[in-house]
Design a protein around this ligand. Structure first.
Ligand SMILES: C[S@@+](CC[C@H](N)C(=O)[O-])C[C@H]1O[C@@H](n2cnc3c(N)ncnc32)[C@H](O)[C@@H]1O
Length: 324
């Protein structure tokens, strides 16, 4: 099991700077680190951390998920945007986990996200528990208890074992608990037609279609030629993705090699179903989907990946035992 330190709080003291400006650098006080933010997090003094990614609570329907007095787990919390949001909406307890201290964004820029989390945690007076580094594969009811709500946003496409992760999540949720599973979805025609063509058994909110997103992007770029120059290679890759059969084709997806796959909606919904959840609502935003999934059953041990994994682990232990 991954070792972890709880609520590490060292770098939080060292950072004191100003937000804003054209870059996402956040200069810290003397001797402190420079934090490169991904998210825009609103601080008590009204300033906002200069992240490259704007908050998308409404786009993913997070404002519709009741967290009041509930236990919330934020998987892949990064710099803590969604953790702090859950707290602000009255969550009883929030636990945040992540595995990496540093991230690489679309422009291969470095983001020291753990320092960001701890800095914001301090400024916001957060009571969230930061369990770091800690992998989703290691969560279990023994260590964590059970959660009413789990956020898993922007994580599943990074996971080598997505089904195992979903099973682990199922294990730490109360029956009827809500998982918000958010992901890029494959920008193939099949993926998008699926959203419209098949009679879904759950309500679909089309927050923004891919076409609408493209129109908005073009408008924005026309107003900002400097941004066009900076983003041109990235935009070219995205356009290439859109016309190629797979968003992952030739590894061009965001130029990020830690993205292992981009599921189409049918596949993602099947994984959700297989892991003991039913989809209660889905939000489509450009090339991303956020599914609100209710835990309906425990994982069927006959099919569970973790059951097989457990067997393999036992076998290895036995072999080792024989050898010694
Ligand atoms: C694209 S970021 C998403 C961050 C944030 N949840 C969001 O939606 O903006 C993916 C995050 O998942 C984390 N991650 C990747 N694999 C993980 C694992 N096995 N367990 C926990 N977190 C993981 C990464 O370190 C990273 O912080």
């Amino acid at each position: 099991m991954t070792s972890h330190r709880e609520s590490r709080d060292s770098s939080g003291d060292r950072c004191a700077g100003t937000t804003g400006g054209p870059s996402n650098k956040f200069q810290c006080g003397a001797g402190g680190d420079t934090i490169y933010w991904i998210h825009q997090i609103r601080l008590p003094d009204g300033t906002v951390t200069p992240g490259v990614s704007r908050p998308a609570m409404h786009d993913f329907g997070l404002d519709e998920v009741d967290v009041h007095n509930k236990r919330v787990l934020d998987i892949g919390c990064l710099d803590g945007l969604y953790t702090f949001y859950a707290e602000q909406r009255g969550a009883g307890e929030v636990v945040s986990i992540d595995i990496l201290e540093e991230q690489f964004g679309p422009q291969r820029q470095r983001y020291n996200t753990a320092a960001g989390y701890l800095w914001a945690h301090k400024r916001l007076g957060s009571r969230a528990k930061y369990v770091f580094p800690y992998s989703v594969y290691d969560v279990s009811p023994d260590g964590f208890g059970q959660f009413d709500v789990v956020y898993c946003l922007g994580v599943i496409y990074h996971l080598a074992h997505p089904l195992l992760a979903l099973e682990r999540i199922n294990d730490v949720m109360v029956p009827g608990g809500i998982l918000v599973l958010e992901s890029e979805v494959s920008a193939t025609r099949a993926g998008f037609f699926h959203q419209r063509r098949h009679a879904a058994t759950f309500p679909m909110v089309n927050v923004m279609s891919a076409r609408e997103a493209a129109r908005k992007l073009v408008k924005l770029l026309l107003r900002n030629p400097a941004m066009v120059r900076r983003l041109l290679p990235h935009i070219a890759r995205r356009l290439a993705n859109a016309i190629r059969p797979s968003a992952l084709d030739k590894g061009v997806y965001y130029g990020d090699r830690t993205t292992l796959w981009v599921f189409d909606c049918t596949t993602l919904e099947r994984l959700i179903d297989f892991s003991g959840f039913e989809i209660v609502k889905a939000f489509s935003h450009s090339t991303r989907m956020a599914y609100h999934c209710r835990k309906v059953t425990n994982i069927d041990a006959t099919f569970a990946a973790s059951w097989k994994y457990q067997k393999v682990k036992n076998r290895i232990t036995n072999v080792e035992g024989q050898e010694s």
